[in-house]
Design a binder for this molecule. Structure first.
Ligand code: NAD
Ligand code: ZN
Ligand code: ZN
Length: 345
């Protein structure tokens, strides 16, 4: 038994600053594990949660955080595939029902009864957290837990999004938005054999994309990415949008060559949730627009394997738990290059 108290970042009211509180360490029930958190990445989704950008709103009081790597500290009844002391990862998908048509057909990402870590359930901005053992990731030995944390959301999400574009090795892909998700998307795309065009509004972020092998860079604050990319290479076969801006979604079909697929991943929310596009832009070139929501457990395990094999490495900046309000302020201004990871140990 692990008892006593823990430090956690808590949101009590939407739109108010987060506070550090001392809370009792939760106890695992049947099928659950208690995790001592080592590292938790700060995803823009956490900021959307705190700002109330999405409907439904998160459950309050909220402990955000869903890019967790830690060690198993206690096992609930019936948990047999983890042992105390094991390294473990926790993603956004806290659980899914396991018996609906989506769960049964390998699409648990769209289960209507799914719960979300750090949104409907308490997350990893805390020294300890509870997770559903059936939905946690196995962490291979020897992997840096701080570098691995962003793979639990930014990694698995972009990995699945890239697969959903159906772009093949040797073909071109555009990543719009080179933030926490995007800088990892560029690396997965390269590891999957794609040629990459990168779009952002910051030259620093484009330089980061270039360092991972992006061959074509467009600063969307200076030029429209569609004409730029079509003029240079005739458009890309696929695209993923991870930008927190409606404009990037409006521009995303324009970067495609005919027959291309764009996969939308970002969720700007609020007033940025609506966009204007032309019907002809999609019909005439037989374009496809798809959504992609985090990843299945199998996607997660594959995404972890890419990182464990050194094919993908998040660029991280470690920060303590009590820096969270400053981290969110910087994230709002686009001043984070790569991912901030809260270091709890
Ligand atoms: P981030 O803040 O780290 O990165 C956002 C990036 O978008 C920044 O680099 C910024 O410069 C760039 N950007 C802003 N305006 C742009 C424009 N007009 N054109 C191109 N780039 C622009 O955010 P993040 O953590 O990478 O998250 C990105 C989005 O993905 C968020 O909305 C988040 O909620 C969402 N998300 C979705 C899923 C999912 O399952 N679908 C999972 C995780 C995150
Ligand atoms: Zn996330
Ligand atoms: Zn289900």
């Amino acid at each position: 038994m692990t008892t006593g108290t823990m430090k956690a970042v808590v949101l009590r009211e939407i739109g108010t600053p987060l506070k550090i509180e001392t809370l009792p360490i939760p106890q695992p029930k049947r099928g659950e594990v208690l995790i001592r958190v080592t590292a938790c990445g700060v995803c823009h989704s956490d900021l959307h949660a705190v700002d109330g950008d999405w409907s439904p709103l998160p459950n309050l009081p909220l402990i955000p955080g869903h890019e967790v790597v830690g060690t198993v500290s206690a096992l609930g009844e019936g948990v047999e595939h983890f042992a105390e002391g094991d390294a473990i990862g926790v993603p956004w998908m806290y659980s899914a029902c396991g018996h609906c048509e989506f769960c049964l057909s390998g699409m648990e990402t769209i289960c209507l009864k799914a719960e979300a870590t750090g949104y409907s359930k308490p997350g990893g901005y805390a020294e300890y957290m509870i997770a559903d053992a059936a939905f946690c990731g196995r962490v291979p030995t020897g992997v840096d837990p701080y570098e691995l944390a962003p793979i639990l959301c930014a990694g698995v999400t972009t990995y699945r999004g890239l697969k959903r574009t159906n772009v093949k090795p040797g073909q071109w892909l555009t990543v719009l938005g080179i933030g926490g998700l995007g800088h990892i998307a560029v690396q997965y795309a390269r590891a999957m054999g794609m040629r990459v065009a990168a779009v952002d509004v910051s030259d620093d972020k484009l330089a980061l994309a270039k360092s991972y092998g992006a061959e074509l860079l467009v600063n969307a604050s200076k030029a429209d990415p569609g004409p730029e990319i079509r003029n240079a290479i005739g458009g890309t076969h696929g695209a993923v949008v991870t930008a927190v801006s409606a404009k990037a979604f409006e521009q995303s079909v324009g970067v495609l060559r005919n027959g291309g697929t764009v996969c939308w991943i970002g969720l700007p929310g609020g007033k940025q949730d609506e966009i204007r596009m032309t019907i002809s832009g999609i019909v005439n070139g037989e374009m496809s627009v798809r959504g992609s929501n985090v990843g299945t457990r199998q996607d997660m395990q594959e995404a972890i394997d890419f990182a464990a094999n050194g094919l993908v490495t998040a660029k991280i900046e470690k920060q303590p738990l009590d820096a969270i309000n400053e981290i969110f302020a910087r994230m709002k201004k686009g001043q984070i290059n790569g991912r901030v990871v809260l270091a709890l140990q």
